[in-house]
Write a protein that binds this ligand. Sequence first.
Ligand code: CA
Length: 164
Amino acid sequence: MAGRWGRMVPERRRCASLVVEDEELLARLVAEVLGREGYAAEVVGDGRGALARALVEPLDLLVVDWMLPGLDGVQVIKRLRAAEVGAPVLMLTARDQIEDRVEVLDAGADDYLPKSFAFPDLLARVRALSRRPLEKVARSSQKGSFPYRGPFPDPSEDVAVPFK
Ligand code: CA
């Protein structure tokens, strides 16, 4: 199997991710899949634990379920954003109405994935999220520059898009 931990990451530091999900089996599967994509994935099963973990050390990615014991996923994301944690967040949710998606994105999630999802879909979204802020996230993960102060590149930095 090509997916053993640590196998596909050329950089000396693996990306750090946190999977926040109280369904143990799903959490383990997501963590394993992230591992194949080059993320060292920790699993936390509740909202307060997630918050405690994410506020202590910089993360490169969070995958957060909405329905969690204690603090729900949307509350977790709001509190992280309020604390200027800018790491990309992918929300998993069984709720998939338009207003649910709006709530998730307005709370500060970068993307969402309705349950039940296919792992290739999860990975494609993770790749998309990691491409977007890659440089800044990498910098934010270095000592002394945490918290990272914005998930998106400043549009004024590369405005030269010719419309012809
Ligand atoms: Ca759940």
